[in-house]
Design a protein around this ligand. Structure first.
Ligand code: ZN
Length: 374
């Protein structure tokens, strides 16, 4: 098959509208399935909704060796309300930048990895093999990855290591905080606004809960990630001005660090707030790999040798599919490493730097060669 060009492959992926919501990964997943199947991968498309798809592609290695894994998501966030200077699905290249929604986050990462790995498949076959897990629905809370673990757990096998191609400007990142989002609901009894003593005001219950939540300790800090955080993002309640509201709710966004169990912190918060119901919205554990792990240390060195500006392994704020796929693949050492610019993710006129895209192909090749030579 013809060698793929990373710029053209990124442009092709950007041309698919995979904006989520509503989410539509079908055309891009089928396009990549063809490329991967032609290259010799065993390809599985997993449907998890109307036009919603995950793609798991495998090259088997020698018996008994845990394969290397790569993951990336096919969906993107919406365009936002501001108008774009560069068409979001044209993949225009100008001034060393490749523009488009999903260019940095994270179609360039997927393109760079596929271009890097395809010429190395024979060597990978003679080694551990390679599993490429491309998900849909990541941006709305790892929906595709969750669907994969629930509906088709056999597709996910224990991995020897996992690369997540999210945007890091080609720097090695060893973890991110977890996300625990909850909806708090207070219930009351409605009555006429002129006779409030006949009702129970749910908004007052929420007000009381919000006062308490400001003094809630989420848990202990982590040496590399710092302190966990809590924010109340929304409050809603009441239908009209002259009724006692019988329902009010608020949303809680906690970002957790290793050592904090989400079930424990939820139970503790429930006790702290009293008669507030707590419903889960998103529950993604933190991801953290030991910087002393030999593979993590080598990949960090390889990234540094390619010119990554940061010398020490870092952690990032955004969450990734590794929160779901890591536990489902035996918790392998996990590195987040991709050519996109993290600060361009989700922005108007999102772009990926072309030099970083090309550098990522070389860097992924370095990582694959190191893996094969172990
Ligand atoms: Zn992303």
């Amino acid at each position: 098959m013809p060698l793929l060009d990373p710029i053209e492959l990124t442009r092709a992926l950007v041309s698919f509208d995979t904006i989520n919501p509503p989410g539509d990964e079908e055309a891009s997943a089928r396009y990549l399935a063809k490329i991967l199947a032609a290259a010799g991968f065993e390809v599985n498309l997993q449907r998890f909704g109307e036009r919603r798809f995950n793609l798991v592609a495998k090259v088997a290695g020698v018996q008994g060796a845990a394969p290397l894994g790569f993951t990336g998501h096919l969906d993107t966030v919406p365009l936002g309300t501001a108008s774009w200077t560069h068409h979001p699905h044209a993949g225009e290249v100008a001034d060393g930048r490749l523009y488009g929604r999903g260019s940095s986050d994270m179609k360039a990462g997927i393109a760079a990895f596929l271009v890097a790995c395809l010429p190395m498949l024979d060597a990978l076959r003679a080694s551990t093999g390679l599993h490429v897990i491309l998900t849909g629905g990541e941006e709305t809370g790892c929906d595709g990855a969750h669907a994969l673990t629930r509906a088709d757990p056999a597709l996910l096998e224990p991995l020897g290591a996992l690369i997540v191609g999210e945007p890091t400007s080609n720097r090695a990142v060893i973890g991110h905080k977890g996300a625990l989002w909850l909806r708090g609901i207070a219930r009351g009894v409605t009555a006429h606004g002129a006779m409030p003593h006949e009702g129970v005001n749910a908004i007052y219950k929420v007000a009381e809960a919000l006062r308490k939540i400001q003094h809630f300790e989420v848990g202990a800090s982590h040496a590399a990630m710092g302190a966990p955080t809590l924010n109340v993002g929304t409050v809603q309640g009441g239908l009209n001005i002259n009724s006692v509201p019988d329902r009010a709710e608020f949303s809680i966004d906690m970002r957790t660090v290793p050592g904090i169990q989400h079930t424990c912190v939820t139970d503790r918060l429930r006790g702290h707030l009293g008669n507030i119901e707590l419903e889960p919205v998103i529950d993604l554990p933190p991801v953290y790999s030991d910087p002393e792990d030999s593979w993590i240390a080598r990949v960090t060195d390889l990234a540094r040798a390619r010119g990554a500006s940061s010398s020490a392994p870092r952690t990032v704020q955004f969450f990734t599919d590794a929160a779901v796929l890591g536990p489902a693949t035996g918790r392998p050492p996990t590195i987040i490493l991709g050519p996109g610019e993290p600060e361009m993710a989700h922005k108007t006129d999102e772009y990926c730097r072309v030099d970083r895209l090309l550098e990522a192909v070389d860097l992924y090749r370095d990582v694959l060669a190191d893996w094969i030579a172990r």
